[in-house]
Design a protein around this ligand. Structure first.
Ligand code: GDP
Length: 524
């Protein structure tokens, strides 16, 4: 068991669309031998094509089941790479996937620098102290100065960094990187294949060897820059990386498969093995004999005639076994799974057992909800899968009274899947759908019609945010809820939220109710 745990790594790649996540994923899978040919990894990007957005989403849903988890082996380590949708309207989905990883790789485009989507996702990782590595991509193109980029990473992403490789020129002058971790010079050849890297060991950067390979002026520049690097940035410390307080940085070019092997070699060496996790009741450590796990993603079948879904479960402790009965805590139900899936080599395969760090896909007829805990009987509730305040809100209206039942069922199931969030107004009982992007409203309407035979329309509701709140003083809390009833709703778990119309109204409410604590997410 200990051996199985030590040999596993579960991580995700986060980036802004177009920074190179799909390309990097593919190169990593090639190293792991999980795929043989370039171009095999389909991008799950929502492309702006002539087809309407939600049709594109339907198509992408098919692809993203296959790419949800990509498992591969490298240097005797079993690596589970969890896919994170890049489209900002699916940010919520990505936030939740990040709760199931033990570490992350952040990909940044050298020319564009830190972009908004990356900022948001890194913030989610930082909240949980997830160890992060940074890969600066597209060095074969002109981009920002390396020092300026690292300043940007520190400033915008609030990460302390230390470079473990350093670029020699960029764009047309790009000659390669100096690997500070292993003290090697790695020369760049466009489109070089794996195993063909030209690496030269140069222990002493002052050695004249350097000039021989990269020329006088580049050698001088590299020496000067490395001197600045060693004085400005802290020495790399694995412990600090593991507790999330320092992030090593690599430079490379994914499409040319350059710098990817260095990243992967360092990754298998230092990245964390499956970690303990908090429940409301106690800490669960991976080595525990009994199985525990949680649902972080639910995928509905694209074929509307089969209402089954796949629930993605992250194994936290013990061994998950096929055909054994497990306890779904929220429903107080026992369930057996005869066809659990694993995702080796980006293929679905039935598995007999899964270990901590693994993801199993379970067929589900509607029992699961995101955040559910499964155990061998103990009543545990995994923490850390919060809901975040949506960005957009609309009232949902039933436009076919004969299909009310179907509509309610559909809404309930889509919310369990985490497509959007439902809030019920305290004063009127009206239903509000909250989403991160406008796309989900279309998705919901389309799926309600096609999968449930129900129809709905929306009424605009211009709100700023939904805020969860608490207060130790029960009397003050009740008074607040009574007084603000028209701005209060309940979320899917019956927790209260304040619906704030604007930052200004929020400030007003805070000032007049100083005892109430507000937050933008459902968990602390
Ligand atoms: P994603 O949206 O983050 O998954 O990005 P992709 O992997 O799809 O890459 C976006 C575009 O950047 C594609 O056209 C890639 O070929 C290109 N790209 C990826 N890596 C590099 C690189 O190292 N250099 C250059 N010049 N282009 C790259």
């Amino acid at each position: 068991m200990a051996e199985q745990i030590q040999a596993r790594r579960t991580f995700g790649i986060i980036s802004h669309p177009d920074a190179g996540k799909t390309t990097l994923t593919e190169k990593l899978l090639l190293f792991g031998g999980a795929i043989q040919i370039a171009g095999a990894v389909k991008s799950n990007k929502i492309k702006k094509t002539t087809t309407s957005d939600f049709m594109e989403i339907e198509r992408q849903r098919g692809i993203s089941v296959a790419t949800s988890v990509m498992a591969f082996e490298y240097r005797d380590i079993l690596i589970n790479l969890l896919d994170t949708p890049g489209h900002q309207d699916f940010a919520e989905d990505t936030f939740r996937t990040l709760t199931a990883v033990d570490s992350a790789v952040v990909v940044i485009d050298v020319a564009k620098g830190v972009e908004t989507q990356t900022e948001k996702l890194v913030e989610v990782c930082r909240m949980r102290d997830t160890p992060m590595m940074v890969f600066i991509n597209k060095l074969d193109r002109e981009g920002k100065d390396a020092f300026d980029l690292l300043d940007e990473v520190e400033g915008k992403l609030k990460l302390k960094v230390t470079p473990l490789s350093w670029p020699i020129g960029m764009g047309s002058r790009f000659q390669g990187v100096y690997n500070l971790y292993e003290q090697k010079l790695n020369l760049f050849k466009p489109h070089h294949k794996q195993g063909e890297d030209e690496t030269i060991i140069i222990d002493d950067i002052k050695s004249k060897e350097l000039e021989k390979h990269i020329g006088e002026s580049a050698a001088k520049e590299l020496r000067d820059e490395l001197e600045t690097v060693t004085t400005v940035y802290p020495k790399f410390d694995v412990k600090k990386y593991l507790d999330g307080s320092i992030s090593p940085v690599f430079f490379g070019s994914a499409v040319n498969n350059f710098g990817v092997k260095e990243l992967l070699d360092c990754f298998v060496e230092i990245s964390p093995q499956p970690m303990p996790r908090m429940t409301e009741e106690r800490v669960v450590v991976p080595e525990e004999k009994k199985f525990t796990g949680f649902v972080f993603k639910i995928h509905a079948n694209i074929d509307p005639r089969h209402r089954d879904r796949i629930a993605f479960v992250r194994v936290v402790s013990g061994v998950f076994e096929r055909n054994k009965s497990y306890h779904l805590v929220r429903q107080d139900k026992n369930l057996k799974f005869s066809n659990p899936y694993s995702f080796m080599a980006a293929k679905k395969e039935v598995v007999d057992e899964a270990y901590p760090g693994d993801i199993v896909g379970l067929y589900d007829s509607g029992n699961f909800k995101i955040g559910d805990t499964i155990t061998e009987g103990e009543d545990l509730h995994f923490k850390g899968i919060p809901s975040f305040s949506p960005e957009q809100f609309r009232y949902i209206l039933n436009t076919n009274p004969l299909k009310t039942k179907q509509l309610n069922k559909g809404i309930e199931q889509l919310m369990d899947e985490g497509v959007a969030q439902l809030f019920i107004k305290e004063d009127s009982g009206r239903k509000i759908i909250g989403t991160v992007g406008a796309l989900q409203f279309e998705v919901i309407q389309y799926r309600l019609e096609h999968e449930y035979g129900a129809s709905c329309s929306y009424e605009p509701l211009p709100l700023h945010k939904a805020l969860w709140f608490k207060c130790d003083d029960t009397a003050a809390l009740n008074e607040f809820i009574q007084r603000r009833k028209k701005d209060i709703a309940q979320d899917k778990d019956g927790k209260y939220v304040l619906l704030a119309e604007s930052p200004w109204t929020l400030r007003m409410v805070q000032e007049s109710h100083p005892k109430i604590e507000f937050r933008y997410k459902s968990e602390e």
